[in-house]
Design a protein around this ligand. Structure first.
Ligand code: FES
Length: 121
């Protein structure tokens, strides 16, 4: 374990598809579980600072055939800001609309011994 690795808690504390907010060194971090996989990023929207942990975890809407409801690709891998609807890729932290311009810092996550470990360095 390095000094920049943080124990976020037991895997069982994280509900699938539900955003969680934890503090690491007094900084808010968003953690999202997708099955056995976990994502982590700074919990602050680069637009106006909203907590992304209060947003929705969704996917990327994809085009549907006429008469059919639209579906989602990469379900559970996108978080939408609760204030103005910007969306961020949970794998990279990049905005879906302007990925070169807007981005949230994403962290590596590892599951070990039934616990979630976040790498901040
Ligand atoms: S604060 Fe997140 S989209 Fe405006």
């Amino acid at each position: 374990m390095t000094s920049k690795e943080h124990d976020a808690g037991p895997v069982t504390d994280f509900q699938n598809g539900k955003p969680h907010r934890i503090l690491i060194n007094d900084r808010p971090v968003l953690i999202v579980r997708k099955g056995d996989e976990f994502f982590a990023m700074r919990d602050g929207c680069p637009h106006a600072g909203a907590s992304l942990a209060k947003g929705q975890v969704i996917g990327i809407a994809c085009q549907a055939l006429p008469g059919l409801a639209p579906g989602y690709e990469r379900e559970g891998e996108v978080v939408t800001c609760p204030w103005h609807g910007w969306s961020f890729d949970l794998r990279t932290g990049c905005s879906l609309v302007q990925p070169q311009r807007y981005r949230v810092r994403a962290y590596q996550v590892e599951v070990r011994d039934g616990r979630v470990w976040v790498q901040t360095g």
